[in-house]
Ligand binder design. Structure first.
Ligand SMILES: [Zn+2]
Ligand SMILES: [Zn+2]
Length: 169
């Protein structure tokens, strides 16, 4: 295998492990269970729509990287549904989250766009990938998609029957 690819795979692997730890911490702090989605058929329409918003923006080149990231060094990164033009590193994610705190936008549902008194913070992690195709060589760390849902959308997005809990260990 191309040694550059091997090196990137190692980095992507490390970034994936780092991303998984961050995500577990996040879930722990929110006291929320981690659910394991194995394929699109496990996704509710709400979740699928939000993932699609991310992937179609990315495919159209409508997402830029924050200045601390680049395509050749995979690291855990974040996409915030309420600030969708950018993929951010951890400190930039924290700064963007602080900026919205306490504003009306902070109470807007990222699915139905209504303002709600209570917004459930949600997160979803897409795995790290390395792409080695003619003319395209890039790697991406795990992408954590962050969004907030009003109680009605939350109930539809996370029905308990949709996904099994992550197996222990
Ligand atoms: Zn950054
Ligand atoms: Zn909603």
């Amino acid at each position: 295998m191309n040694p550059r690819v091997t090196a990137l795979l190692d980095q992507a692997h490390a970034a994936a492990a780092h991303g998984a730890r961050l995500f577990a911490d996040l879930a722990d702090r929110a006291n929320a269970p981690i659910r394991w989605i194995t394929g699109p058929e496990d996704m509710s329409d709400t979740i699928r729509a939000i993932v699609l918003r991310f992937t179609s923006r990315a495919a159209k080149g409508q997402i830029t990287l924050c200045p601390h990231l680049n395509e050749l060094s995979p690291a855990p990164v974040f996409w915030l549904a309420w600030a969708p033009g950018r993929i951010r590193c951890i400190p930039c994610t924290e700064a963007a989250s602080r900026r919205i705190k306490g504003t009306t936008e902070d109470r807007r549902c990222d699915y139905c766009r209504r303002i709600a008194r209570l917004i459930h913070p949600e997160g979803m992690q897409l795995p790290a990938i390395v792409v080695d195709l003619p003319g395209l060589f890039a790697a991406s760390g795990p992408v954590t998609i962050m969004f907030g849902l009003c109680p009605a959308c939350h109930a539809l997005a996370m029905p308990p029957s949709v996904c099994a809990d992550l197996p222990a260990g």
